[in-house]
Design a protein around this ligand. Structure first.
Ligand code: VGL
Ligand code: ZN
Length: 233
């Protein structure tokens, strides 16, 4: 079954590579009526089917499959519902003290409620048994976390600890949702850790087309990201 995997994928060692699927959750797909369904994930897009098939083939080939999981408390600060008079996709300014004593002021996009801990929409859209290990993010009510590696308050995730601990890991094969938010942030933080990234273009999709293209350029310009059209040759 994996005979069609591309040379770019086949050339990677199982030991030094991990697959990281970013937020493969129902709430980010239109197919499963997600509250934050991303364009390109409609039922007729076969997005979920492509992700599932590729993941099966990568796992069958021997790669360890990791995933991040957006996992918000129901009063999460990124939800428009938590800010009186605000609507989804508006922006607000947040200000927080960081662990190093400095203050950070930044723009937060307000989202529809999504990936609420324990909700149907927070579930993965791919069979749980495909995923060897998953790592939650966005669990602190006052901080968002597009990145699977650290949140907006600079708190590192368990995935970050896993990558630091397993020093043999040099490369991540990354795909998932959404290109312009969690995929981009996770890729940029992975590169900052010194890792190489293989990004699978037909398994990612953006909230906004233009910002998705911009995100791909930003990831590419690190010089550490190889962009593959698909995992197949
Ligand atoms: C995401 C917006 C809010 C993502 C998560 O997974 O890209 N986007 N939370
Ligand atoms: Zn979120």
């Amino acid at each position: 079954m994996d005979r069609n995997l591309s040379d770019a994928v086949l050339g990677l060692s199982k030991r030094s590579t991990r697959v990281v699927i970013v937020d493969p959750q129902r709430d980010f797909t239109l197919q499963y009526n997600g509250s934050l369904g991303v364009l390109g994930t409609e039922a007729n897009s076969s997005y979920a089917e492509r992700v599932i098939a590729a993941t099966i083939d990568l796992k069958h080939h021997g790669f360890i499959i990791l995933a991040t999981k957006d996992w918000h408390p129901k009063d999460h600060t990124s939800f428009a519902s938590q800010h009186q008079g605000r609507k989804p996709f508006e922006t607000i300014t947040l200000s927080h003290d960081l662990p190093d004593g400095t203050k950070r002021t930044y723009e937060q996009i307000l989202w529809p409620d999504h990936c609420v801990q324990g909700s149907e929409g927070a579930n993965f859209f791919l069979p749980e048994n495909l995923i060897d290990q998953f790592f939650v993010k966005g669990t602190r009510p006052e901080f968002d976390s597009y990145s699977g590696i650290k949140d907006d308050g600079d708190l590192e995730t368990e995935l970050s600890a896993y990558l630091d601990h397993n020093t043999q890991i040099k490369t991540l094969i990354i795909y998932g949702l959404a290109t312009d938010y969690c995929v981009q942030a996770t890729v940029i933080d992975a590169v900052a850790k010194g890792l190489n990234v293989v990004l699978i273009k037909n398994l990612i999709s953006a909230v906004d087309l233009k910002s998705g293209e911009k995100a791909i350029r930003a990831m590419e310009s690190t010089g550490k990201v190889t962009i593959c059209e698909s995992v197949y040759s």
